[in-house]
Structures are given as structure tokens and as C-alpha cells.
Write a new protein. Sequence first.
Length: 151
Amino acid sequence: MNRVVTTVVVALVLAGSGSLAIAQESAAETQNKQIVLDFYEKVLNGKNVEAITSYLGSRYTQHNPGAADGVEGFRKFIEFLRKSYPQAHSEPRHVFADGDYVIVHSHAIRDPGTRGSAIVDIFRLEDRKIVEHWDIIQPVPETAANGNGMF
């Protein structure tokens, strides 16, 4: 059974027993979240190619079909951002950790004055290094069917 399904099943069992279970974040999960947030600031927002090796493992699996695999593929992505979108900035709005996984819901703006995109990044870490990445990207629309906002 995968981790998410297991967590849901445990929560349902506890809820059905009348017990209230509050998930406590482990020290490793707190550390993983901080590593990813530092990575966002120094590498993504700072476009610091030299800092990449401080955050990525020796192997790096990329699941975004528009980005090349591996550490060198990520280096090329940051160089592209630095050259094409020097003012690009991502602001993490929500950050969650589940074991070796860190999920970040952020507001990314490539060009100032534009609405940008809502992004959910999923990172997997091993030994305090990011080794795998998935993302889901949704443009922020001009109008919405509700007033809840995307963030």
C-alpha cells in the first residue's frame, strides 16, 4: 500500500475509534522542508547555478517532460531562467512534508506584472539531497468562477 493511502487508512481508523490523531512532523521532515525552501530561495529565485550541487543528489530524476533529466539538465534550466526570465520569482505559499517527500504550493511569476502560475512541486530527498522532482503547473486565470483565490 502506498504512503498516501496508508496515511488515509490510518486516519480513518483513528477517526472511527473516536480518537483524535494529530500528525506530528518529525525532525527529518522539518529539515527536509527547510532544505527545499533554501533551495527555492538560493537556486530557483537566486538563479545560482553554483549552489545546485549543494541541494541536488549525485543523481537527479526529473519528471517534468519539458526539463532534461539529471543535475546537468537542471543546471541548464536555471541558466535558461537566468537568461530568459532574470526577474522570475517563486513564492512558496504552502509547504508539506511526508517522510522523504516535500510538497510546495507556490506562486511563480516569470515576468513582473503578470498573473503567473500556481505550481505544485513534489520533491523526494535522500540523505538531505533532492533526488527526484515532479510538478503540476496551472496558469493563474484573469477571472475565476469563485472568489477563493488559488493560494
